[in-house]
Ligand binder design. Structure first.
Ligand code: PLP
Length: 392
């Protein structure tokens, strides 16, 4: 008797439920429409427009010529792990052991390893709304449930510790924090970070703190979750992408709770094995520097942030002056369109790309995100088009 394989064959042709069910971000639609178009002003791109500083590229070339072209261990080159531990320890003003540092494939690789090392199917993960969509996507891949906590415009796009506490259930495993924040540019004050760390201590949840924009803070100081003395519950994520304009090198780091460092490192084996060794040598070059290139970057983004304030400051359309990163949220509610329709119409009619706020969560549909990652003149021109379009 011949068996009927048609159902199995159909299943072979379709993607897994896990892949098919992964939340997709509205940013892709706009990026696809805007990709490669030189007639478009690109306010959608979330990476610095300048090249990686030459001294970093030189360090990578030299290393490659010397033969640094093989695998490293899962957790990265010992020399870079030590450098990162010292770099982070200086900022936190306490010693950080290189044993707890894992070098990852970008900050996203660090997020992935951190979350995969703690999430079981059915666990709840608190994620910010608005917030970077990849958090919920990783929760989905781990069969965990993303539960959104709010960071509304009225609170300067910052979370409310009391609300976070109310959302914690026996299934809550961790909370993701992001400061400076994408998409708002909000920066956590010390008291806020302290209050959330207190909650983590009392409830036993993990804190996974995404601090990839830590060097791009315009006013005041970046406050890291790692500065609070809760190493057993805290993962801190950062890297080179935004501070050194190294997005394409795919290199970042994860500071782990001591008891989870080896498991988080072993999780890299079946996914990436290790971060690119040449990129790790470039990272060593970056951390060997005196920090002047990072300061110059920050000053450049601050100058551009001021252009955003200049164009939108007195319109009522800029709910919060960004204090860090290179993004601002612009209020589009008076246009009466949802953010995706707005972004598509604006691109079609005014040749300027922005990211629809819905990308970052349901509460952000009344906003679009602009990135100040292009030259000053185009930036001003694009922002003025946006202001006129909203006001028309
Ligand atoms: N975290 C946030 C909030 C980001 O916006 C980004 C990139 O846009 C990342 C992490 C990823 O950084 P990386 O390119 O180092 O993976």
């Amino acid at each position: 008797m011949r068996e009927d394989f048609s159902a199995a064959a159909a299943a072979v042709r379709s993607p897994s439920q896990r892949a098919a069910g992964m939340p997709r971000s509205a940013i892709r639609e706009i990026m696809a429409l805007a990709a490669g178009r030189s007639d478009v002003i690109h306010l959608e791109v979330g990476e610095p427009d300048v090249s990686t500083p030459a001294f970093i590229t030189d360090a990578a070339f030299t290393a490659a010529r010397q033969g640094w072209t093989k695998y490293s261990s899962n957790s990265g080159l010992p020399t870079l792990r030590k450098q990162v531990a010292e770099h982070v320890g200086r900022a936190w003003q306490r010693p950080v052991s290189a044993d707890n540092v894992i070098i990852t494939t970008g900050a996203i690789g660090a997020l992935y390893s951190a979350l995969m090392s703690i999430l079981d199917a059915g666990d709840e993960l608190l994620v910010p709304d608005p917030g970077w969509p990849n958090y919920a996507a990783i929760a989905h891949l781990a069969s965990a449930k993303a539960v959104r906590y709010l960071q509304p415009a009225e609170r300067g796009f910052l979370p409310d510790p009391a609300e976070i506490e109310r959302l914690i259930t026996p299934r809550t495993k961790a909370i993701i924090l992001n400061t400076p924040g994408n998409p708002s540019g909000a920066v956590f004050p010390r008291e806020l970070m302290g209050a959330i760390m207190d909650i983590a201590q009392r409830t036993g949840i993990y804190v996974v703190s995404d601090e990839i924009y830590e060097d791009l803070v315009f006013e005041g100081q970046h406050v890291s979750a790692g500065m609070f003395d809760l190493p057993d519950r805290t993962f801190v994520i950062s890297g080179f992408s935004k501070s050194y304009s190294m997005t394409g090198w795919r290199i970042g780091w994860l500071i782990c709770p001591p008891s989870l460092a080896s498991v988080a490192s072993s999780l890299q084996e079946p996914v990436t094995s290790c971060a690119s060794t040449i990129a790790q040598k470039a990272g060593e070059g970056a951390l060997n520097s005196d920090g002047s290139s990072v300061r110059a970057f920050r000053d450049m983004f601050m100058r551009r942030r001021d252009i955003v304030v200049d164009v939108f400051g007195n319109t009522g359309l800029l709910p919060m002056v960004p204090e860090g990163a290179f993004y601002a949220l612009i209020d589009i509610r008076r246009k009466g369109m949802d953010s995706l329709a707005f972004a598509k119409t604006f691109l079609a009619e005014h040749k300027t790309a922005v990211v629809p706020g819905i990308t970052f969560g349901p509460t952000c549909d009344g906003y679009v995100r602009v990135a100040f990652t292009i030259g000053d003149d185009d930036l001003r021109k694009g922002l003025e088009r946006l202001r006129r379009f909203i006001q028309s």
